[in-house]
Design a protein around this ligand. Sequence first.
Ligand SMILES: [Zn+2]
Length: 310
Amino acid sequence: MSDRLVLALDIGGTNARGEVLDVRLGAPLVRADLPTPEQDGEATIATIESLCRLLLAGLSETDRARVQAVGLAVPGIIDAETGVVRLASNLGWSDEPVAARLSALLGLEVVLHHDVTAAGLAEHRLGAGAGAPDLLAVFIGTGMAALVVTGGEVVSGGLHQAGEIGHMPVEQGGRPCPCGQTGCLEMYASARAIGRAYGAVTGDVSATSLDVVTALGTDPRADAVWSEAMDWLAHGLLGPITLLSPVRIVLGGGLSASGAVLVDALRTRLDALSHVAAVPEIVTASLGQRAGVLGSGLATFAAIERTQLV
Ligand SMILES: [Zn+2]
């Protein structure tokens, strides 16, 4: 087992990252990045193939022979069992048999993972969630999604869709969400929602959540936007905390770059709101942008171990 290698990939909307990892998941043997094509499914397949070939080309012939599989972490709705991406609008895929197609091109087993599940798994095992068997890892960026860990086990749900916290309703008949529902948490508290709310009051349509955090304490409009978003975030998280009683919440994704400002805002509100559940420890993610690749590697080693044990 210890001599095996995997190509661990994390395909984001902007960049496709890849590393060749052994089972210890330490420093990569080779790493490479390529820009992700814009919403073009065929070009994305070609980019992933190129990235894998680039990684393989960086290995010695002996090490190339050790490569067992490719792990592919992607955003969107995926069927990990069949390797089919149901919908990844940013990558231009709809009902695309991504794993089978890449496997045919590369001659290697390809294992598909949800990007947030992968990043959350990495934080749980190797990052800010290490040592917490009951954990909620919440990734807040353009959208929001979470990894739920209870009793040391990742909860995927019988229908494999656990963790879609961004589409948890927080307001009946509230703001319309592109998913088709109304009142989804990510319409109030994602990094994108925060940037948009600030843009609506300042007139700067390119405003980001980072602009809001930077202007805190100097622009009362930023203070108001931030405070309202944090109220919604705490309101949205109180339900899962009450239901699951995690010991730690790990906050990841773009918004977690705000660090203590985010952690303190959330802790203060949860302390005030919660009268039943104990408020868990709240920390920011520690693996940064490498979390997706590391989680992709972790989950792929687990998957090939399972197949080869059967
Ligand atoms: Zn939604």
